[in-house]
Design a protein around this ligand. Sequence first.
Ligand code: BGC
Length: 769
Amino acid sequence: MPAQYSPPAALSVEEKATLVVGSGFWHTAAVPGIRSIMVADGPHGLRKQAAGGDHLGIGVSVPATCFPPAVALASTFNTQLVERVGIALGEEARAEDVAVLLGPGVNIKRSPLCGRNFEYFSEDPLVSGELGAALVRGLQSQGVGASLKHFAANNQETNRMTVSADIDERTLREIYLPAFETIVTREQPWTVMCSYNRLNGVATAESHWLLTTLLREEWGFSGLVVSDWGAVDGRVAALVAGTDLEMPGPQADSHAAVMQALRDGSLKESTLDVAVERVRALVTRASTASSTGETGGDGSSTGATAGNGSSVPVGARVYADRHHELAREAAAESIVLLRNEGGVLPLSPAATITVIGELARSPRIQGAGSSQVNPTRVDNPLEELRTRASVDFAAGYTLGADTNGTLHDEAVQLAARSDVVLLFLGLPEGEESEGYDRTRLDLPQDQLALVAAIAAVNPRTVVVLTNGGVVTLEPWHDDVAGILECWLLGQAGGRAIADVVFGDTNPSGRLAETIPFRLQDTPSFLNFPGDGNVVRYSEGMFVGYRHYETIGLAARYPFGFGLSYTSFGYTDLRVRRDQVSVTVTNTGKRAGKEVVQLYVSAPSGQAGTPLRELRGFTKVTLDPGESRVVSVTLGARAFSYWDVESSAWVVAGGTYEVQLGRSAHDIVLTAPFRRSSTRKEHPLTMESPVSAWLAHPVTGPILRRAAARESPKEGGTSLLEMVGSMPMRRLLRFPGVEIDHAQLQLLRRVANNPAVLGLARGVARIRSA
Ligand code: BGC
């Protein structure tokens, strides 16, 4: 255990400049009175590299529990479960004397092609924020800091170190920032990691707006900002913007630049001091936590074998069994049952089962890159299935690039002879990784040929998918009886799959991202991954289901979708203030879990707003026949939008609809909900468009009456609507417009008088009642 922290003596400027850059891959620098602490990658397991370091997942790390990556955890929609995973991560990190775990990553899945989507939760900001917050809460409860990453708008790997994500303000506020905002304001992560990319032209490491104005002044962040590994170009500019700690280090040029800037006065020592204090505070926090916290677990471990054959150190060994069991529980709850024709699943152990697919024997449990964990053990799906039933196996394909005709033929022959086929398909490791993006959404060609041939000889084929990013299910979807989307499930995924296949676990995962029919249907298709230098987020807020639902484009499976071995019914949707309640009933014959999804649809006609947005969710467990009233609180944001004109969250007044959905596409109950506007009225000026004069409760009726007198045929209105976007001042310049300028000015002054305005509003309300 590290020694108790003791207050440091004053530091020299040299020492201060040393402290704000790391020491090696995973440590902060030590200076007199301030010890060095260790950080290590997550997010779904501890990747502690004891000797030698790299941030690409290449070198060895100590064995640790490999939990399901975020792509899978998101499908659980279960914040309590994710919090428990966070606690377990914290226990392992603390036992290994790691002060900060580098995660979670809460970037939005803008395109299903992003190579790192397996490390992110969802296309939806609410899901990303709630599950990310749960993970941080669990982790930090153990005295281990989180590093919320990658802040912000790192939504692709192509040119990730240079590309500028160009995003309009409202989209940024409503889609790409809320997950960060939720976690910062609610959980205060110990650290936030800036991203590699530029945001609207400015490197995030050097963005004062992002790292100081927004993060600290607006959201109240009090922790430390660390750079992503190698994200800092100009150390002085980054310091001024708010990047407290540069990693990795040491960096001679950064040190020299800071010293030079202090000498020539372009950097104030007080600015450096701020960053120094934050590093000092982080070290204090870590030291206090590790000296007061308890380490060690239940001691029930029988010892584990690491995935790379090395021996399991104390930290992981203590927790190995318990955490493996938690990894299994999380994995089982992550699996999404997409298709179950004729109730092909769950299987009876008495059936003759054929398992086909190399991925059943050589499972992919996680994605490649900096998050790659060395698992304490790996459950093999094929072996797990064999412990419960008599199972034949054929590999069918290899995970290499070559098509193997012999493997294909053997598999098809075997499939023809069996009751039911479990066909494991998915993406080989090379297809997706940190560092690059995918270019297609299909499964590999040899697997597509195999599924076609197998479905042709055995209609009772169930496809079991392994993939970190979304794959399309075409053209084979309709030819198979069942589909289980298993994502990447971590080290206990093998047993979790067997649990679901045989019905020991009733599947309860729901899609946290849309499965499209075609790559061309995806919202960012025309602007991903940009031109090399810039990527324009021209789809705006219409990311994921917001796109499909708003334009009425069908997806193969919508966001929120997932089947169960039981069924659920909903009645009595009620809205009282911000409390929504609904009665959920398990109408089937098995116990099961349901994800209650609440969407909100803004008053019609609110320009630029998605048709509906997920604003609340919860998960409920019900026995057969059991009913429960479930309540969900919808936060203030559920009815707000970011108003660019006033730079604030604003409620557009009117009737909202609260919608209970089985998915973003399948709305089963609705309830109206009135909200009054919080939009500040802008006083009328001669620059206000004619439409604003018409919409105004004082001037509107007067102008309409006048227009009706001028052109009685159309009632005057269409004429006025035609010039609606024209500033009033310009309208007056047109020959033939008989509006008296002085009278109009008088009318404007009267209209802007608060007392008159109040009166006019009252009259309008009475008239419309
Ligand atoms: C990744 C981060 C990671 C860091 C340290 C970077 O390349 O983007 O997510 O935490 O390396 O390994």
